[in-house]
Write a protein that binds this ligand. Structure first.
Ligand code: KG4
Ligand code: ZN
Length: 335
């Protein structure tokens, strides 16, 4: 239901539940300012399983989302729309946010703005400010590893993607092999600081292939063999060598891509964009191109409703509303 272009006074309440973070935000439409944001992470609950258990995540959203919503009541009479992540993500967790959005849409008599989670990550760069385009975006999260050419809000083209696991997911799996817990990214990054990357040699995925694509399942298996044949004292060295190889793979493919496409502006988004080793390597890669590197504040790298709210302002001004009976959940949708 497109209702034409509109600016407006008022606010948008946004809900994010695509994986294991329950989050709600309130964003002012005219100024794009973030007025309220809260996120309840389920990391501890999933940690003992070494990864997200979808049904457990769904039950925890059903408890956390209403508790956060209670704090948003003072804004209810100023809300103009409810934004909700409806794609991509885990079906059983996306539905928790969508059901809440439907109930709010009916009771407050306002429309829904369905938001693509990946587009949301891109807007984590622009919370409270104007967007800057064009830019080349590296999206590295638990579910995705993609290079996206972003020309404008309405023109976003994925030019490279992973053939199997994602960058963040490979950190989660390596952490699980070492019995470190979940999420693996920050744990491996920390452990890697104590290790010497030259003590283990892993092959960079697809290094001989002309493809501009990513793959992490082979590296994961190389690491598994090393973990199984090593003692715990070697884990920091393995973590360090793994992080280096996983990142070298991104850098090598980006270098190849830049041969035919010079970046004007470059951004890293998604949960794994918090990795400081990755940030430093990308910074080095960009220096000959003089392309500025855009990064989201650390608190908005992983899943959150603040980025969904910022993206929702763009959908609002375009009038991309749906009624409560029109919204659908697309777990596997891309950009
Ligand atoms: O964007 P996000 O919160 O959720 C998805 O949309 O998937 O990303 C979560 C992923 C997890 O795989 C987590 O291990 C990874 O981001 N991650 C990191 C770091 N912090 C989070 N990976 C590498 N290094 C980090 N510092
Ligand atoms: Zn995400």
């Amino acid at each position: 239901m497109a209702m034409g272009k509109r600016m407006g006074k008022g606010m948008i309440l946004s809900i994010e539940s695509s994986c294991d973070d329950s989050s709600i935000s309130i964003t002012d439409i005219a100024t794009k300012k973030l007025l309220y944001h809260k996120k309840i992470s389920q990391e501890l609950e999933h940690s003992k399983y070494g990864g997200v258990v979808p049904e457990l995540a769904s039950r925890l959203h059903a408890l956390a989302l209403p508790a956060i919503l209670e704090e948003c009541k003072p804004w209810f009479d100023q809300l103009k729309a409810i934004a909700v992540t409806n794609e991509p993500g885990l079906a059983v967790t996306l539905i928790e946010g969508v059901v809440m959005a439907k109930a709010l849409s009916i009771s407050l008599n306002i429309p829904i703005l369905p938001i693509n989670h990946l587009k949301g990550h891109i807007y984590s760069l622009f919370i409270g400010k104007e967007a800057q385009f064009p830019m080349t975006v590296l999206l590295v999260s638990g579910g995705h590893t993609q290079v996206i050419e972003v020309t404008s809000h309405d023109v976003m083209n994925t030019v490279a993607t992973t053939m199997d696991d994602s960058y963040g997911e490979s950190f989660d799996k390596v952490a699980k092999m070492m019995g470190l817990g979940y999420p693996g990214g920050p744990l491996i990054e920390k452990l890697a600081l104590l290790g010497d990357a030259s003590r283990f040699l892993f092959t960079v995925p697809l290094w001989q292939s002309p493809l501009i694509a990513f793959s992490y399942s082979g590296l994961k298996n190389q690491v598994r063999l090393s973990v199984e044949s090593s003692c715990v004292e070697d884990y920091p060295h393995i973590a360090s060598a793994f992080q280096k190889t996983a990142t070298d793979h991104l850098i090598q493919k980006l270098k190849k891509y830049f041969k035919s496409y010079k970046p004007e502006r470059f951004a890293i988004v998604g949960g794994a964009s918090a990795n400081l080793y990755l940030r430093a390597e990308i910074d080095n890669l960009l220096s000959p191109y003089k392309a500025p590197l855009l990064l989201a504040p650390l608190e908005f790298c992983s899943d959150n409703a603040a980025m969904i709210g910022r993206c929702a302002v763009e959908e609002y001004v375009r009038g991309n509303f749906v009624n409560y009976d029109e919204i659908v959940v697309n777990p596997r949708c891309k950009l």
